[in-house]
Design a protein around this ligand. Structure first.
Ligand code: KG4
Ligand code: ZN
Length: 338
């Protein structure tokens, strides 16, 4: 059935996003980032992120509407991230969403941040096949999911990271390597000039007795730090370290994702989240999916990292599935499980 224009608002971390979606189609979106304000602290500072959302939310909604050629009154439903994420940051987005929904007299939908990442791909490649395997790899999460119907069924977790997220591993090792924040894109850039075989970093949890879908990246982080320490007093071959680290992360992620597809008879793998932007993760996923007869779907870069369009995409699915709206006293759930 045809649905209303859904405004999606995302504010779980350092990106303020607004997106407009109708019937599975992206009409417009805009993102503002407070990344630069966190750079000198080497990580996202919750209080700074929350204040930046207060600053950015109005203008970001305005820009999304302008891009879509729509007006405030055209919005027929509001979807907002309620968790997981930084509590103060989430509350700014939720307060804004509530105000808009109340003033416009339209329903409000609370959206799980990871469901948003999954749905991002539908805006580029259409509805997700049922079932599909989704690998979510971001600064906060590393999960393998079995997804059926996003609007109706809970997503089944096949495996998660036992410690650090893949993006966190990139961010922390980048710091040790003296690369700028955020580390993921910096490692990706540095790796271009390096050799992936230069350092033999471990492939955690890939042994015969290990959980096939669980991840662990803290050991890799430690191995990279120890390798860097071993060069004390000499110049660190950062490009080689970056290429080898990136190869280890990409190898483990894609190996497990393809194994999950094969074990569950699934022929579509979707890779989403900020780390899906990594060039080696993308290339290796393509290579291994092709070899296994799996269709790989990766949303475009702008929809891979946090944005409001992906939240609107879930809201759009919920509205059209007839899901009940959230009450106006709904709270954030910073540590929401999927
Ligand atoms: O999805 P996202 O924007 O935010 C959440 O964490 O939810 O993901 C951000 C993460 C950061 O850790 C960042 O370093 C990583 O994604 N990232 C990358 C690349 N671009 C972003 N990691 C590796 N290679 C990249 N090209
Ligand atoms: Zn995210």
């Amino acid at each position: 059935t045809a649905g209303p224009v859904v405004l999606g608002i995302e504010s779980s971390c350092d990106e303020t996003g607004a997106g407009l979606v109708r019937n599975g189609h992206l009409l417009g979106h805009a993102v503002a980032s407070s990344m630069d304000e966190h750079a000198r602290f080497g990580g996202v500072v919750p209080e700074i992120a929350a204040r930046a959302h207060v600053h950015a939310l109005g203008p970001v909604v305005r820009r999304a509407l302008d891009e879509a050629g729509l007006r405030l009154g055209d919005i027929g439903a509001v979807a907002v991230t309620t968790g997981p994420g930084l509590s103060g940051a989430l509350q700014v987005g939720l307060a804004g969403a509530k105000g808009l929904a109340y003033a416009l007299g339209v329903p409000l939908y609370g959206v799980h941040h990871l469901a948003g990442h999954v749905a991002a791909d539908t805006l580029e490649h259409g509805p997700l096949p049922d079932p599909c395997v989704v690998l979510i790899v971001s600064g906060g999460h590393t999960s393998l999911l079995l997804v059926r119907d996003l609007a109706r069924d809970p997503v089944a977790h096949l495996g998660d990271t036992l410690d650090d997220a893949a993006g966190e591993c990139f961010d922390k090792v980048a710091r040790v390597f003296g690369l700028p924040y955020p580390g993921g894109p910096a490692v990706d850039r540095a790796a271009r000039a390096g050799s992936p075989d230069a350092v033999a970093f471990p492939r955690p949890l890939t042994g015969p007795g290990d959980d096939p879908y669980a991840f662990s990246f803290s050991g890799l982080k430690t191995a990279a730090a120890r390798w860097a320490e071993g060069h004390r007093g000499r110049e660190l071959p950062v490009a080689d370290g970056a290429a080898a680290l990136q190869e280890a992360v990409a190898d483990v992620l894609t190996r497990k994702a393809v194994a999950a597809c094969t074990a569950h008879g699934v022929t579509t793998l979707v890779v989403v989240g900020g780390v899906a932007a990594n060039s080696r993760v993308r290339a290796l996923a393509e290579e291994r999916c092709r070899a296994a007869g799996i269709t790989l779907r990766v949303p475009p870069l702008g929809l891979c990292t946090d944005n409001g369009a992906m939240i609107a995409a879930v809201g759009d699915l919920l509205v059209r599935a007839g899901a009940p709206p959230a009450p106006l006293d709904v709270s954030v759930d910073p540590s929401a499980p999927l």
